[in-house]
Design a protein. Structure first.
Length: 278
């Protein structure tokens, strides 16, 4: 049975430097999980250390506010929609003068999913989610933007996307095998159907689905409904209840800001296949 809860129900740990951490997923909550998924809150003039183990990778997105990331003698100013990736052995410190909220996903034992990471340099990689290509669904009004792929960060240990449901839109019933899969709701309200049973969703909810659990979402509200979703490892199989409703995604040529997309992506099916240009 899927796990469904809101981050408000998760205890807050105050860390050295003053950061507040809510651990939403780990091996204690999900037996056997290779994911550690945290919500990090930095209040004014607090810091948070990120220490990625030699076998792990870390992905981070800034949801609100602004911050600076320090690593060695380098520093990067982060604004909302910025995403960064840290390879095995990477170290960094986040600092916020006026406050910030992040989500952080650490994949433990990532080298077991992608041995090539052992020879990958550990430099921190950045991109701006707002400039990435927006793709549209063939069967409905949904759109998506990729947030972690082999093309973006050079690994198959993790994959993820931002999915946006306009009011009234609905995805097709399906299930996945071969990877951990979960969604974190960023905004709006909707309904997730788990093995055809409806469950309400709202901002801050997390849904973790086990192998083979059928699911689909419906935005039955009046405002946009959006979530980020992840697969660990970044290669899996998707099975649709109705094969004719399999999700095909086509490029719009635009980014999230309405400008020209930063790169080209060809139309493709979201079935877990790793595409070279995605």
């Amino acid at each position: 049975m899927a796990e469904l809860f809101n981050h408000d129900s998760v205890k807050i740990d105050v860390l050295p430097g003053g950061a507040k951490r809510q651990r939403l997923i780990d091996n204690n909550r999900i037996n056997g999980s290779e994911c550690v998924f945290d919500r990090i809150t930095l209040e004014s003039n607090t810091t948070f250390d990120i220490n990625t183990a030699e076998t792990d990778i870390t992905w981070v997105q800034l949801l609100k506010g602004s911050a600076v990331l320090y690593s060695g003698e380098e520093e990067w100013v982060l604004a909302e929609s910025h995403v960064f990736f840290m390879g095995p052995g990477s170290r960094g410190k986040l600092s916020a003068s006026t406050g910030a909220i992040f989500i952080l996903l650490n994949v433990t034992n990532a080298l077991s999913f992608d041995p090539g990471l052992a020879t990958t340099n550990s430099e921190i990689q950045f991109f701006d989610l707002g400039s990435e290509p927006v793709l549209e669904s063939k069967h409905d009004e949904r759109t998506r933007v990729y947030i972690v792929t082999k093309k973006l960060f050079g690994t198959t240990a993790l994959a993820g996307e931002l999915v946006i449901f306009p009011a009234g839109s609905m995805s097709a019933n399906h299930h996945h095998t071969g990877a951990e899969h979960f969604q974190y709701i960023l905004r709006g309200e909707g309904t997730v159907f788990l093995n055809e049973t409806p469950h309400p969703l709202k901002s801050g909810d997390l849904v973790y689905k086990y192998d083979g659990e059928r699911h689909y979402c419906h935005n039955n509200g009046e405002e946009e409904f959006a979530f980020v979703e992840f697969f660990v490892p970044g290669k899996w199989e998707t099975v649709w209840a109705d094969p004719e409703r399999s999700c095909t995604w086509s490029p719009t040529g635009q980014n999230l800001r309405g400008g020209t997309a930063s790169r080209d992506i060809t139309a493709h099916t979201s079935d877990g296949t790793i595409y070279d240009d995605v």
